[in-house]
Write a protein that binds this ligand. Sequence first.
Ligand code: BG6
Length: 486
Amino acid sequence: MQDVFDLVIFGGGGDLSRRKLLPALFSGFVAGRVSKDSRIFLTSRKGLEGSTEPWLKDVFKETPPACDMDAKSLKDFAGMVHVVELGLVEGGADWEALKGALAADDENRPLVHFLAIPPSLFTSTCELLGAYGLNNDRARVVLEKPLGHDLATAQAINADVGRFFKESQTFRIDHYLGKEAVQNLLALRFSNILFEELWSGRTIDHIQITIAENQGLQGRKGFYEGTGAMRDMVQNHLLQLLCLVAMEPPARLEADSIREEKLKVLKSLKPLEGAEIDRNVVRGQYQAGAMFGEAVKGYADDLELDSPSNTETFVALKAHIENWRWAGVPFYLRTGKRLPDRFAEIVIQFKQIPHSPHPGWGTNINPNRFIIRMQPEDHLALRMMVKNHSSADEKLKEVEMNLDVAGDDALRIGPYLRLILDAVRGDQSLFVHRDEVEHAWRWVDRIIGHWETSSEPPESYQAGTWGPYEAHDLMTRDRREWFHET
Ligand code: BG6
């Protein structure tokens, strides 16, 4: 299906637009998912250097789209892209021009405003959209995370945006929800009785969710120093993944039902306080180390700071959901920069068998694990023990049952394109409701507040290792281990 729409990317020349949105839109165009009749407006305070086509070529050189790029496709795509010089604090002739450019003959053509700008500009931009009538019925606004800096700022943004856009027009994006394997997790959980029957503390020992990155700051120094891993990754991506794994089956796979169930999970998260935070939450910061045979700098040197920074680049924590299904099941969440590998993965670890009926069959009986890998590749696998034909001593071996659906690669689209197209169609299933954002902040704020009042700096870890020792200890204390820690 081809979508025809008008998309305005506020912050069109910025990092998010260059690294994620434009490559995704171009791939969508080449794959025939975005019609050439669509229009993409890039707003920027100072305009762009040079004309659009060579500029786009440079953008795609930096971040190659997930498709082949030939001169004709680039030229056609460039023809859809319009650059608009625009300030986001005050209105004026530039806004009149945008309004004029966006006038459409077709009242039903969706108009999506993607705010790829710092949250501090959300309010003034929405006010201006309102003042120029660009919040009309065909309009939707997409808000990039992090939404605010804490609960109070998130509430203020939600209230401000809410003055100009209805909740049904507001799309809070978390690109992890657009990943293919996350879709597959929902399909699998709610289309198979097998999983639902096993999906609780009766059978599951614990759950691990890891988003590991080997990269450092990638030029986002100012942003990161004021944000840190808890606000950048845990408050949104990791807690959203936890919600999808833990939520009850929704009545229908539709926005309201899904979001209601996710919200219940956030409301059931056991709040951590004081000493519990010290015991269950590890924060770390990378120091100089080596990665892929090359020396890399520590965080403070990456930022060229004279004094030490208190910002965490790593978080590992143990959380509990206080409800019937998950009582007593720990959820271990972990994320960090400059770790040895880049991957995102959910590991559902089932309980050990209660009794081995074959005492002579070897001792290595691993618990079953269901692994949902979101990147770098999508992969769903069930690990189980079977008879080992090739060893006289160890009669059992672990095998992996691969649950990937082969052959539909052409239909796969990246998370940003999927979510933009959902916003175009008005489907909010994979977007976050304001109540979810606020509850996630409420939980995270307690931890950050505790860090701020204690004078403890983050634990150190060497770049290229799996984080501070304390993260390892978080697991071994419970006689468990991170699935990837070698
Ligand atoms: C973003 C964070 O939301 O997600 C970045 O701001 C992080 O710091 C990125 O690098 C990770 O996304 P992905 O899809 O590359 O894992």
